[in-house]
Design a protein around this ligand. Sequence first.
Ligand SMILES: [Fe+2]
Length: 298
Amino acid sequence: MMGDFPDLGVGVGLRTPHFARFQRSVPSSIHWVEVISENYMSWNGESLGPPCKTLNKVRENVPVCLHGVSLSIGSTDPINLKYLAALQELIKQIEPAWVSDHLCWTSVDGQNLHDLMPMPYTEEALNWIAKRILQTQERLGRRLLIENVSHYLQYESSELTEWEFLSEVSKRADCGILLDINNVYVNSVNQNFDPLKYLHGIPWERVGQIHLAGHTDMGEYLIDTHDAPICPEVWNLYCYVTQHLGRVSTMIERDANIPAWEELETELNQIHLIRESCPIRQIQEDSSAKSPLLAKAV
Ligand SMILES: [Fe+2]
């Protein structure tokens, strides 16, 4: 499993305000970048022009990961083969280190909601989404990383916790997990659960990448806005995870209120510091092996 998702180091979600900086050269604080697949996918076979030129230049220097937002793998719509064909074409061009998307649904009757809607945590939904991830992986010829989402509703029909659902999906679909620690924290506050319980409840050998991001504190609840620096609680959770798990490819997602590169770099340096104090990850090929976190949990 981890052979599919080696530790690439410290990365960033590459966004247009930082294109000029990356066109000069890839900053030395960056070992890899992630881009939103849909921003570079071509639906009619034509090149997207300047954005692809920038990406190709970055690709010459560091690995690129493709992160999708509209695979809609949990939807009851048929799997979107046109989408997969366009994604496959981009994969051919970019040769990404890996490809990821979300544990969610984003479409109904072919209409894109432009939002990441959570799954009901039921056995039926579990079978459904695991089967579709397997089919998609088969079609793309590669294992996917599937990310936990932040969300603001719960279904009365849910029978499992979010972490039980994520764990089972990853095992049944034999996919990796993109662990968004900010999303875990936002959900833990909004839905009143212990984030450590979540972290202890997932199969660590399947975590191939970590997202860090900021959110907005609305007082009684949090909104996952990706428009602010990472908060101390999320840094603490990240330290906790990496101390137990070892070094995992980690990046910052900043999608709004994007600061000057130098400001983002101070947060990236914090990731470097935390990683330096962490062990090199021991690769566990046996996916049924006991989680190192569980082994150390009190
Ligand atoms: Fe994320």
